[in-house]
Design a protein around this ligand. Structure first.
Ligand SMILES: [Mn+2]
Length: 380
């Protein structure tokens, strides 16, 4: 169930700060206890499927970047200080970390990128930089000093000879030391530089926004895949031309009409967008779920149906309605199915009595498909 961040009123936050201004909230989560230990985080970085990086300020090269999976030896041979371990999508792997998303239910869940967690030793930092994402930085353990700069873009000078995007000129405008439970919100582009004061752990809840480039490329790909080669530019109304090389306004009109036909189709946009925004990077746990399901002889029994921590569900209700799960689109045709979808988006769970009361074959089949696709799993 959704939880509230202290001193953050969603209405005010969205109108005053979201995508606009930096905000520091002291003790946004009072009595914060880290949902994962440093050892568990390091353990995750040994796993094949987990995306992890190590950044050593004074490594074999300045700002050395290493990619996981790592080994026990990697960690035993690290220097005493000035390194950072970053693990992506920890919310997919650790339910207690996934639970932190309950604080952010006032934002569309399809805007979420992931929860990245970093562990740094004294002095550890990844250099002053900016991100393309909105990010909420929750201090989980220890202290980190954050210097906040102005908004930067891809014209900003960068440190050379490192794969990291580090600003070579950085002016701090604000300076804070964050302690466990404190939270800093940064809009996209705001320069920031966080340095560990002693060992510390920081949780970054990142929200992605698709680039115009991706929107155009992916939408046109999606549409083009459905079109027949016989659909063509047509100029049955062509008049004699004064100069054969001239592209006249009528030609542009005909092209624009073709483009509009697709860009003005809101159902088409929704179909692509819902699939794109629910795509997942780390499909997981499917074999196990399917095996368990077949052992149960395809009976739900007394189990809760829970949304996989790595899964994404969304819905759209316009002239046509669609439900989306992990990049798949399901045309919605009845009320019960969309009621289930809405529940799964807010409570991430269906209790036995909720789905047992479902007599509708189509909805039952949809739930089974989600189980088979690993979107839902059975939970005692
Ligand atoms: Mn950052």
């Amino acid at each position: 169930m959704s939880k509230a961040l202290k001193n953050l009123i969603p209405d005010n936050f969205l109108s005053e700060y979201w995508q606009k201004k930096t905000l520091l909230i002291r003790q946004a989560i009072p009595d914060f206890s880290p949902p994962i230990s440093a050892d568990e985080l390091a353990g995750l970085s040994l796993e094949e499927d987990v995306e992890s990086r190590l950044i050593l300020e004074h490594g074999e090269t300045p700002w050395e970047l290493r990619h996981g999976p790592f080994t026990e030896e990697t960690f035993s041979s690290l220097p005493e200080s000035h390194w950072t371990l970053l693990v992506q999508a920890v919310d997919h792997w650790v339910p207690e970390v996934h639970d932190l998303l309950e604080y952010f239910r006032f934002l569309p869940s399809w805007r979420l990128e992931d929860i990245m967690i970093s562990y740094a030793t004294d002095g550890g930092n990844v250099g002053p930089h900016y991100d393309q994402f909105d990010v909420f930085l929750i201090q989980a353990e220890g202290k980190r000093r954050w210097q906040i700069g102005p908004v930067y873009n891809d014209q900003a000078p960068m440190v050379k000879n490192t794969p990291l995007h580090i600003l070579s000129e950085f002016d701090a405008l604000e300076d804070y030391v964050l302690e466990p439970g404190d939270m800093l919100y940064l809009p996209p582009g705001v320069g920031h530089h966080g340095v560990a004061q002693g060992d510390c752990m920081t949780i970054s809840v990142g929200f992605r926004a698709p680039s115009h480039r991706d929107i155009l490329m992916q939408f046109t790909d999606f549409v083009a895949d459905q079109l027949s080669e016989s659909l063509r530019y047509s100029d049955a109304d062509q008049q004699p031309v004064s100069n054969p090389g001239k592209i006249d306004e009528q030609a542009i009109d005909r092209i624009q009409k073709i483009l509009r036909q697709y860009t003005e189709d809101r159902s088409l946009i929704a179909q692509w967008f819902g699939s794109a925004m629910t795509q997942i990077r780390h499909p997981q746990g499917r074999e196990e779920t399917i095996e368990r399901w077949s052992l149960l002889n395809s009976e739900f029994g007394d189990y809760n149906l829970r949304v996989n921590e790595g899964s994404r569900i969304a819905f759209y209700q316009g002239a046509h309605a669609f439900v989306f799960a992990d990049g798949e689109r399901y045309p919605y045709t009845n009320e019960q199915l969309i009621t289930f979808a809405k529940k799964l988006c807010t409570q991430q769970l269906l209790q036995p009595e909720e789905w047992n009361s479902c007599k509708d074959k189509e909805s039952q089949q949809w739930l089974i498909t989600l189980i088979m696709n690993g979107v839902l799993y059975l939970d005692e």
